[in-house]
Design a protein. Sequence first.
Length: 405
Amino acid sequence: MNSIAANQARVFWQLFTELSASFRTDRNLPGRIQKRLASERRFGSRDRRLYRELLYTSLRYLPWVEQLQARPEAEAWEAIVWLAAPIPALRALKEQLPAQFAGAEQSVGAKAKILGVSASLLPEWFVHECPGATGTPEIDVLHTRSPLWLRLQTDAPQAVLGEFESRGWSWRQLPAFPDAVELLGDVDVTQTEAFLAGKIEVQDLGSQLVLQAVAPSPGSHWLDACAGAGGKTLQLARALGPQGSVAAHDIRPAALEELQQRARRASLRNVTIQTNPSGQFDGVLVDAPCSGSGTWRRSPHLKWCTSASDVTNAAELQKTLLARFATFVKPGGTLVYATCSLCRSEDAAVVESFLAGHADFSVDDLAHSAAAARFGLDRQSTGLTVWPSTHNTDGFFVSVLRRAG
């Protein structure tokens, strides 16, 4: 290890030690990490990216890192560098790794064998909730860095892609998703002309797939009952077109203010804010608050800050929200329930509970079968699961229900 790498290792372990007390308790840990890195005047942007990636890697593999800490510091440091994503800021460090890591298989099982670690990377309660995530390829993908997906919000996508090309960026698109672009590499889109003009939105493809599975009719009128900052609201507004409309509701004023700003930037005039929704709609989207287990790739700290009781509490809230907002669905209309959780208690079990008490609603099997066939989603009796491994996304669950009428 040269002197530069030795200094980087020393700084990393200082940061790790300082922040470690919050690893299993602070759901706002990403903000704490960002603030801590920003406070170091000696850090340039490249340094911040490097230490952020190493800290996030430590969170993804936290039980392993805690085992590795019993070994010589240099050995543990090399393991974390090897486990980290190959972003440009880490290239020099990865080139200095011992030969044993060169070309090594990247599955979780192979990594554990190479490092000689045995601790489980998944909380026991999650293994019970989502046994499908414990095998290959899901467990491997869950422990990789999440990609940067964009949603094109323009009728002239080539102009947007041309700007990316002029910046030397690489990207990929999937034939089934013409409005989705995965940017490759460690880039910042927020200062691009396309972003500032509202022609792109940062939105994971898994999130986009929720409404892709629904295929709402242009010209219809919808309520987004848990709109948040509006990622799905804007996608829905564009799908409905100028003759349709979206009423956005959320209990958080700051989130709704951000939504309004994003809608203005995108020149979407068919979005309104309803702090107290009234009337009935062709469709209602309940994108419910959840444990967030589907987002562990981008928010790995949530693995360790979430307990089984948190999942139970989330499920009770979800049942309440679904029952409340179902009353806003017109006869013959659509009710969509979605989470970014992979936990059965928050997904299928919530839908089953709702259907048991609402005989006028039923599962839209046609919508589910069509989306499963078109997009390669995992279909169950109550809905669809977007597994992270299918299209390199976050994990989501969506259920499309129809009201009799």
